[in-house]
Design a protein around this ligand. Structure first.
Ligand code: NAD
Length: 272
């Protein structure tokens, strides 16, 4: 059997990944490219890291392009999608991944900390999903390329359902992403557009270095992870490839938890 037919399941389906020069976004961009997609590598800072992702994709025989844009700015998001579509002809896959934290106890959280997180994590996902859906609606289903007219994958978090003291802005943003995803999925399903979320648990990336970079922190973290290992960005990339492919064609409006069991109330494992 030709491995190409099996491995390159996203051939002919250009993808855009936000925040793709670091952590999860980087792994997702590379994973989609390995599955055959042309990939737009969005970044806001560290262009050299975006160039490195592009170079890695090209070295593997794929097509990739780095585009700078702040996902919280409408004009920059619109310009990014315009350029991506001009370069690759269209888009079939959009991964709204860019995100950040601005942690603070609730009583001292500033309006700026609140608004920065909501602007990037929630409004940024709205702006990118809207631009994607407009293109998918314009183009419709292309026979032989994908059963769907397009796919949106939101990067949520276990904190779309787990409350998180000291991180009210972040948890509110991810709870918002969950209902944005479900409402959009309901709205565009008749147009054969699939909208899902990935809800990662603890993944080894720069966003949460403090939680895994010392043995003591790692041991502490493992109390929250029944599967007793930290997640790697590639764990999320594999889920993204599946959600982007026709293998998940009947899946829409769902959050796929990739969390080693973090949402299984680990505190109750010994009886509660
Ligand atoms: P990361 O810090 O490595 O990556 C975040 C990326 O988003 C970076 O490339 C950053 O530059 C980019 N970004 C931030 N603001 C941006 C903006 N305004 N415009 C464009 N890009 C912007 O962290 P990560 O862990 O890879 O996070 C990726 C996503 O996964 C985030 O949405 C995060 O909330 C989510 N997530 C991460 C974990 C985890 O354990 N690492 C768990 C659950 C959810």
């Amino acid at each position: 059997m030709s491995t190409n037919a099996v491995d390159k399941i996203l051939q002919g389906q250009p993808a855009l990944v936000t925040g793709a020069n670091s952590g999860i976004g980087r792994a997702v961009a590379i994973g989609l490219a390995q599955a055959g997609a042309d990939v737009v590598v969005n970044y806001i800072s560290h262009p050299e890291a975006a160039d490195e992702v592009v170079a890695q994709i090209r070295a593997g025989g794929g097509r990739a392009l780095a585009i700078k844009a702040d996902v919280s700015r409408e004009d920059e998001v619109e310009a990014m999608f315009e350029r991506a579509i001009a370069e690759f002809g269209t888009l079939h896959i959009t991964v709204c991944n860019a995100g950040l934290q601005r942690d603070a106890p609730f009583h001292s959280m500033t309006l700026e900390q609140w608004q920065t997180v909501i602007s990037v994590n929630l409004t940024g996902q709205f702006l990118c999903a809207r631009a994607a859906v407009r293109e998918y609606l314009r183009r419709g289903v292309v026979d032989g390329v994908s059963l769907a007219a397009g796919k949106v994958i939101h990067m949520s978090s276990v904190h779309e359902v787990i409350p998180w003291a000291g991180h009210a802005n972040y948890a509110a943003s991810k709870g918002g992403v969950m209902l944005l995803m479900k409402s959009l999925a309901q709205e565009v399903a008749p147009a054969r557009i699939r909208v899902n979320a990935i809800a990662p648990g603890a993944i080894r990336t720069p966003i949460n270095t403090a939680a895994w970079s010392t043995p003591a922190a790692y041991d502490d973290l493992m109390k929250l992870v029944p599967y007793r290992r930290i997640g790697e960005p590639e764990d999320i990339a594999r889920a993204a490839v599946w959600l982007a492919s026709d293998a998940s064609d009947y899946v829409t409006g769902t959050s796929l938890f990739v969390d080693g069991g973090m949402t299984l109330f680990p505190g109750f494992a010994s009886g509660g």
